[in-house]
Write a protein that binds this ligand. Structure first.
Ligand SMILES: NC(=O)c1ccc[n+]([C@@H]2O[C@H](COP(=O)([O-])OP(=O)(O)OC[C@H]3O[C@@H](n4cnc5c(N)ncnc54)[C@H](OP(=O)(O)O)[C@@H]3O)[C@@H](O)[C@H]2O)c1
Length: 332
């Protein structure tokens, strides 16, 4: 039985971590909820009990076996090494450690073998958009070797945390009352809009887009895979959607891809002809575990290439579920 600390337990991902540990009957003898001093003392429900949130500090990790971090990159940079030095294995949801060569970046369905090399006692959970894409594409890569991915994301507001969802809801209410929307969390109005929502990276790409480029290569273990991303935020609460065009070294038909995806781990293939109002939709994926793959089509212009529509709950497989699955592999 393990002692688990959840760092950022009051946040959108942290709350989902607690729900995921509970739902999957994770064998924890003790769960410690940590956050900033803003919410120290507040209460969270867990497994029929009440957890009192403690302020994160250097002494928080005594006796902790697994520390699930989701409190932003600066908190992870400072406290993940402290937790590891205290003997915990850290599973970090932030971007702080993902590209460190001594830190495995793990999606259990794709590269569980990377968990054998724990040089720093830290494991990184990938970016939510990358996780759902690689879960869907790995079975195709294994057979036909991916050459190039062109991906456009439609990312939900919960990917930006609790306050972002609240801002979307407030703006919808304000617009309904004929008022100007209040903008604090997003860089522009998000209700009834589509927004570029991340800091600039390089070469005209956002940081989020560059994460998809670099993390995909690291998780798939193939630096030759080309990734051309465009990421936008849409006024959805939970569930990221992605339009993905893939070319391969060996031509792959849509029929063969569907065969490969039908029993792929973590994937739910949505079959059937195209229809208006068809699946997968983010509101159907919200609060569920799978990566839904639908609209698997032969490309009309590029022989042997495919187009897919991939949808998953960013707080579940995109964050909390993936982290808890890693924890499950550690205690097996
Ligand atoms: N949302 C997603 O879909 C998603 C997916 C993958 C990864 N992530 C990553 O997960 C992390 C958290 O995201 P979120 O969406 O859950 O954000 P959020 O809803 O804003 O929650 C942030 C959490 O971090 C805590 N926190 C902030 N500063 C802290 C500090 N100095 N010390 C201790 N705790 C601190 C907050 O505690 P208080 O209550 O005390 O403020 C809160 O529990 C981010 O790094 C994000 O990039 C998010």
């Amino acid at each position: 039985m393990t002692t688990v600390a959840v760092v950022g337990a009051t946040g959108a991902v942290g709350r989902e971590m607690l729900r995921t540990l509970e739902r999957r009957n994770f064998p924890a003898k003790r769960v410690i909820a940590l956050a900033s001093e803003r919410s120290a003392g507040s209460k969270l429900d867990f497994n029929g009990k009440t957890l009192t949130v403690e302020k994160l500090g250097p002494e928080s990790f005594a006796g902790v076996d697994i520390a699930l971090f989701s409190a932003g990159a600066s908190t992870s940079k400072e406290f993940a090494p402290i937790a590891a030095a205290a003997g915990a294995v850290v599973i970090d949801n932030s971007s702080a450690w993902r590209m460190d060569p001594d830190v495995p970046l793990v999606v259990p369905e794709v590269n569980p073998g990377a968990l054998t090399a724990l040089k720093k006692g830290i494991i990184a959970n990938p970016n939510c958009s990358t996780i759902q894409m690689v879960v869907a594409l790995k079975p195709l890569h294994d057979v036909a070797r991916i050459k190039h991915i062109v991906v456009s994301t439609y990312q939900a507001t919960s990917g930006k945390g609790h306050a972002a969802v609240q801002e979307l809801k407030n703006q919808i209410a304000e617009l309904g009352q004929g008022k100007a929307p209040t903008i604090n969390v997003f860089p522009a109005q998000i209700a009834l809009n589509v927004v570029s929502d991340w800091k600039p990276g390089t070469d005209g790409y956002s940081e989020e887009e560059l994460k998809m480029v670099h993390e995909t290569k690291k998780i798939m273990g193939d630096s030759s895979i080309g990734v051309t991303p465009t990421c936008v935020r849409v006024p959805v609460v939970s569930g990221h959607s992605e339009s993905v065009h893939v070319t391969f070294h060996e031509p792959l038909s849509a029929a063969r891809a569907r065969d490969l995806l039908r029993n792929a781990p973590g994937v739910k293939l949505v079959e059937g002809e195209y229809r208006p109002g068809g699946e997968p939709q983010p509101i159907q994926a919200a609060d569920t575990d799978p990566v839904y793959v639908g609209r698997v089509r032969d490309d009309l212009a590029v022989p042997g290439a495919l187009n897919l529509w991939i949808v998953s709950d960013n707080l579940r497989k995109g964050a909390a579920l993936n982290a808890v699955q890693i924890a499950e592999l550690l205690i097996r």
